[in-house]
Design a protein around this ligand. Structure first.
Ligand SMILES: [Zn+2]
Ligand SMILES: [Zn+2]
Length: 448
């Protein structure tokens, strides 16, 4: 009996030792990760650094925040899994002050050449070159930058694939984890890990077009974004068939190089970009964080909520909300459910952020077609739809009976002394533009 008990105890000891050892190993790996990607400072002394628990907790907090994980400040399973995901080789160097795009440098010229020196073995020359070309197109569509491929001579941006060898001063790590890295302007170096399985059109492997678009972002001067879903986020987001740039990516590149010229295909398909001061607005939507979206025809302008009220755009509506048509009847964002609703004719599109919700667009059941406008009433916590002199209120969470509607608009505005979100008026709203291009309230409203 005594023997067995001792053996059991011994076994328990071994298991504990192994658990401890694997945790210590994980901790060491995590520290190496946090050092490599800029979350922990590497001390100057050659001795193994001994980080204080609060230093580690802070580094983990920043990493968890940047990668959209629950902030536990601990090395939990989700954090370990995130550290194993494929990612870019550049540092993140985030701090609390910079939450959006970061800038690493800038090219002085706007016409840039690029050259692809060798190719992804699984894709071959043709598919490698078209993936790279598409990667440049994303940035060219939203900026005045122009890119041209050359096949000999010195290019501005130099693209090549490297193995785990000495051909790059920062050698790659074989398949998985670090996929690629790039230098800031005006170096123009972009390196891909040749040991990755580079693919196109499927979710296995790493999508060369999307990873290349990220690295081109670096070569053009953008650092890592703390918007986890932005292209410039540090962790590879995986293959998406409908991939497009995040508004944060667009704001970043436009902060560096400005908006696309009117001949750009993104700004104006077959015509010049309209002037916000001259167009008739179809709808206005107060989005999250004080952002305001102004819709006219196929285009949308964005006004940030800051005091300076800078307006950016226009971009095609479909560049932000892919499935959404132009010529909207109304648009409204609900702070209660964080959903955006867009109405055109007798249909409604509902979005979570910039992603369409399943089952949409749908036909409007209880509302007339071609409503004039919509807004969110924070007092009633309801969406309010206006047409003619009537209005309808709709509770998103407990949809009620529409039979008592429409009610008279005059009644509504008697009840709502101040509407915090300006109603997006009907199809003939204009913005008044003063000389410094600040935008006043809508002045004229007439109804069809
Ligand atoms: Zn990167
Ligand atoms: Zn390299």
């Amino acid at each position: 009996m005594k023997m067995d008990y001792t053996r059991l105890e011994f076994l328990g000891f071994i298991i504990l030792l192994q658990l401890d050892l694997s945790f210590a190993l994980r901790r060491e790996e995590a520290i190496a990760y946090l050092q490599k990607f800029g979350y922990l400072q590497i001390p100057l002394s050659p001795r193994a650094p001994n980080y204080r628990p609060e230093q580690l907790a802070e580094a983990l907090r920043t990493f968890q925040k940047a990668t959209n994980l629950p902030v536990s400040r601990r090395l939990d399973a989700a954090t370990m899994r995130m550290m194993e995901k494929p990612r870019c080789g550049l540092e993140d160097s985030f701090n609390d002050k910079i939450l959006r795009y970061r800038i690493m440098g800038k090219w002085k010229k706007k016409q840039l050449t690029y050259r692809v020196y060798n190719f992804a073995s699984d894709l071959g020359e043709g598919k490698t070159r078209s993936a790279i070309q598409n990667a440049f197109t994303y940035w060219g569509e939203v900026s005045p930058l122009r890119f041209r491929e050359i096949q000999s001579g010195k290019a501005d941006i130099k693209i090549s694939f490297h193995r785990k060898d000495k051909s790059c001063p920062v050698p790659f790590d074989g398949r998985g984890h670090v996929l690629a890295h790039a230098d800031a302007p005006e170096s123009g170096l972009i390196h891909f890990d040749a040991d990755e399985l580079w693919t196109e059109g499927r979710s296995s492997g790493s999508n060369l077009r999307i990873v290349a678009a990220h690295e081109v972002g670096h070569a053009l001067g953008l650092g890592h974004s703390q918007h986890y879903s932005a292209l410039m986020g540090p962790v590879y987001g995986g293959y998406r068939s409908n991939f497009k740039l995040h508004p944060d990516d667009i704001q970043g590149i436009q902060a560096l190089y400005g908006k696309p010229q009117s001949s750009s295909p993104a700004a104006a398909p077959g015509g010049s970009a309209p002037d916000l001061c001259k167009v008739t607005l179809d709808a206005i939507m107060s989005g999250p964080k004080g952002q305001m979206y102004l819709f006219s025809g196929q285009f949308v302008w964005t006004r940030s909520g800051s005091v300076s009220a800078s307006v950016s755009g226009p971009v095609l509506i479909s560049a932000l909300w892919k499935e959404l048509p132009g010529g909207l009847s109304a648009a409204v964002y609900s702070p209660r459910t964080s959903k955006s609703y867009f109405i055109k004719g007798d249909k409604v599109w509902r979005y979570s952020g910039f992603r369409i919700d399943h089952g949409f667009p749908r036909r409007l059941n209880n509302l007339p077609a071609n409503i004039d406008s919509a807004f969110y009433s924070s007092k009633h916590k309801k969406l309010v739809f206006l047409k003619g002199s009537g209005y309808w209120e709709w509770d998103e969470i407990k949809p009620g009976n529409f039979k008592s509607y429409p009610l008279q608009i005059s009644q509504l505005f008697k009840e709502l002394p101040v509407t915090p979100t300006p109603p997006s008026r009907g199809p003939t709203t204009r913005f008044t533009c003063s000389k410094d291009r600040k935008f006043g309230k809508s002045t004229r409203t007439s109804r069809r």
